[in-house]
Each structure stands twice: as C-alpha cells, then as structure tokens.
Design a protein around this ligand. Structure first.
Ligand SMILES: NC(=O)c1ccc[n+]([C@@H]2O[C@H](COP(=O)([O-])OP(=O)(O)OC[C@H]3O[C@@H](n4cnc5c(N)ncnc54)[C@H](O)[C@@H]3O)[C@@H](O)[C@H]2O)c1
Length: 374
C-alpha cells in the first residue's frame, strides 16, 4: 500500500467531485494507492472550510500558495477556473509536486506549451481531467478501431450540446468572461469532444471554424438590475482533418434546448460505424458492413466486463456506471502513475494538444480561413 498526500485547490463543483472520487477509489480498486486528504484551498473561505469538514481534509486555507509549498503534499489537484490552472501548475512543479489539473489545461495554446515544458523538465507526473475518455466503453471503442475490423476511419462527427445557459435570464458567471475562461462552449464543452477524438483516432492537423454569441449579456449575479457582457462563444462549429487523413466536424452549443449531456460522436469507417452519446453512457451502437445482408443494422453493445476497468465495478454486463465512476477511474490512474512515477496517457502533453486545436479554431473563426494546428 502506498499513500499519496493530496493538496486540493478549488472547492467548487469539481473540488467536490474529485473529493468524492478520492473517497471511492479504494472501495473500487483496492488499497494499493491510498489518497490522504491533507489540505484544501479556496479563495472563498466558506467553500474551503465546508469541503474540508465534509471530506476530512486535515487543513484548509484561502491561499493556494500554501498548498503548492506544503512539504507534506505530493499531488496538487487543481479544480479552479481555467485562468489559474497553469500558474498554479507551474508553481507546483517548482516545488517538485505532481499535478492533476482540470480541463481545459490553459487559457491559450502558448500557455499550455510553456507549462508542459516546465512540468516535463521537472520530471513530475501530470494528469488532466478529461474524464469522459475514462468511461470503460471508450477503451472498447479505441480497441475496436485499432483492430481494423471496421476498416479505416473516414469521418468523426462529434458534438457536445447542453442547455445549461438556455434561459437568457440565467445569471452571468466566470465561464462567460474571457479573462477567466478564454473561450466559451469551445473550451468548456467541445474540449471534451476533442479529447475523445484525440484519444480514439489521433492528432488533428488543420481546422476551419466559426463561433457565435447567442445571448450577448446576462444579469450580474450580485445585482440583477445590471447586465454583464457575455464575452465568449455560446456556439462553436468546426471542420478538420486528422494527421492520419481522416476528416471530422465538431459542433457545440451551451444553449441547446433539450440537450442535457449530448456529448457524442458518430465515427464513420470504411467497413462500419460507431455511434456514442453520453446521455446513454453505458452503450455504444456498432454497425458492421460484413454482417449478412439480411441482418445489417446498428447493434447495441452494453458496457461489459472486458471493457476497460468495468470489471472492477461489476462482474455482469449492463450494470450501469455513472459520471462519478469515470472520475474514480481517472483518480485511480492518476494515483497509480504518481505512486509508480510513470507517465499517465492523459497528461499535460495531451491537454496541450487539445489547446492547440482550440487556438487554431479561434484563429480560424477570426480570420475566416483554414488554420494549421501548431
Ligand atoms: N471534467 C469535467 O467534467 C468538468 C466539469 C465541470 C468543470 N470542470 C472544470 O473544473 C474547473 C472548475 O469548474 P467548477 O465547475 O468546479 O467551478 P466552480 O465555480 O463550481 O468552482 C470553482 C472554485 O474555485 C474557487 N477559486 C477560484 N479562483 C481560485 C483561486 N485562485 N484559488 C483558490 N480557489 C479559487 C472558487 O471560489 C470556487 O469555489 C474549470 O476549469 C472547469 O472547466 C470540469
């Protein structure tokens, strides 16, 4: 058994989600790697105190610098808004701490490139919170594509629609300021679709995209008679080419009425097709062109032992997993890589590549040209 001492920064939604995963991970995966909750920081003292008390962190503070410099902490877990991700990560690397950071990794691709150099030079282990790739069914899809059974990938048609900002009276929040979040639907939602495309198929080489703001201002949460500007994209869409020659499109709308968790894709291949949507995260639809002519059609494959780490949860197929389980799997991989000091596949370099595509889409939207991903 190896203990890994955790310093968490950010006690909001994701701070709670990561803490829940730390509490669950040993029940599911056994106790080879045991997280010890040492300290939590949040600029909001009520949030920090409440999270410390609820999950049993030994200490809490309002200053993240105390976490990255704490001699006891081995893994700094960053669940703050996007603008602080890289500044905290770079400081943590200076103290030799391993870093687990929420997505999107940074505000710009250049910031991600710089931070990736720092963490790689420091020789620390890093992990980025693209939890949807940790759904065990995605590992099955990745293996199915790699097996060649369905031929070559022709097209990845991806999406991520939600309607959490559909109501124009919904109050403004940090996600709508460029200074806190950089992009809107692109970094918040489509980054997850990009993580799936990158994980399942590979790097993206060039893009052509557009962005749109649908609701240009929203009520100030502190004074609803005042309006604040929405500075980043409500809607984004782009087409692209993968480095391996396949093509794709991604569409994302954070005001998409009726769409609650419509993160998904259709992967069209020369000899078949794979369809997935997160609203039914325990199944995938597979079409095999080699099936007998009388039986050709999409077939539903339910999550089952043999798909990624599913068998750690259940011995029988179709007993469903949920969002929190993906985070538990992500936390397990992160702890294991920290304990064994080995690279994690969804690391800063992976997050950096997502940021490079995001920047290329923003540049393309501004110049109305195809842009090569740097
Ligand atoms: N992987 C996912 O599925 C997923 C889902 C939601 C959010 N996220 C990401 O998680 C991050 C946080 O999002 P959230 O929904 O938890 O936001 P949130 O607003 O619920 O929580 C953010 C917390 O960080 C605190 N904070 C802000 N600046 C800070 C600083 N400098 N130092 C310490 N604390 C600070 C705030 O007070 C707040 O408690 C974002 O980067 C977001 O993109 C990822």
């Amino acid at each position: 058994m190896k203990k890994i001492k955790i310093g968490l920064i950010g006690a909001g939604f994701m701070g709670r989600t990561h803490s829940t995963a730390y509490k669950s991970v040993n029940n599911i995966f056994g106790d080879d790697y045991v997280p010890e909750l040492v300290v939590v920081a949040d600029v909001n003292s009520d949030n920090a105190k409440a999270l410390a008390e609820k999950y049993g962190f030994k200490r809490w503070t309002t200053d993240w610098h105390e976490v990255v410099s704490d001699p006891e902490v081995e893994l700094v877990d960053i669940t703050t808004p996007n603008a602080s991700h890289c500044p905290i990560a770079v400081e943590a690397a200076k103290y030799g701490k391993n870093v687990y950071c929420e997505k999107p990794l940074s505000m710009t691709a250049q910031e991600a490139v710089n931070a990736t150099k720092v963490v790689e030079d420091a020789g620390i282990v890093t992990s980025v919170g693209f939890n949807y790739v940790r759904n065990p069914i995605q590992q099955y899809v990745k293996e199915l594509i790699a097996s060649g059974e369905l031929g070559e990938v022709v097209n990845f048609r991806g999406m991520y629609d939600q309607d959490y900002y559909n109501d124009p009276d919904q109050k403004h929040e940090w996600r709508m300021f460029k200074s806190a979040s950089a992009s809107g639907a692109l970094g918040d939602l489509a980054s997850h679709t990009l993580s799936l495309s990158q994980y399942l198929i590979g790097d993206i080489a060039e893009v052509c995209g557009m962005t749109k703001i649908i609701v240009p201002e929203r009520p100030d949460p502190k004074d609803s008679s005042r309006m604040l500007p929405v500075e980043n994209d409500d809607v984004v869409q782009f087409m692209f080419n993968f480095a391996n020659g396949a093509c794709g499109t991604i569409f994302s709308n954070r005001l998409a009425a009726g769409r609650k968790m419509s993160l998904g894709y259709e992967i069209q291949m020369t000899n078949g097709c794979i369809v997935y949507n997160q609203e039914n995260q325990n199944q995938v639809q597979i079409y095999r062109h080699d099936d007998p002519k009388t039986e050709r059609g999409f077939k539903t494959v339910l999550i089952a032992p043999g798909h990624g780490e599913y068998d750690k949860f259940y011995g029988g197929a179709g007993i469903c997993l949920g969002y929190a389980d993906q985070k538990t799997i992500e936390v397990y991989h992160t702890l294991q890589c920290v304990a064994e000091h080995k690279p994690y596949e969804i690391d800063f370099r992976f997050g950096m590549k997502v940021m490079q595509v995001i920047d290329a889409v923003l540049e393309s939207a501004e110049t109305r040209q195809w842009v090569t991903v740097k």
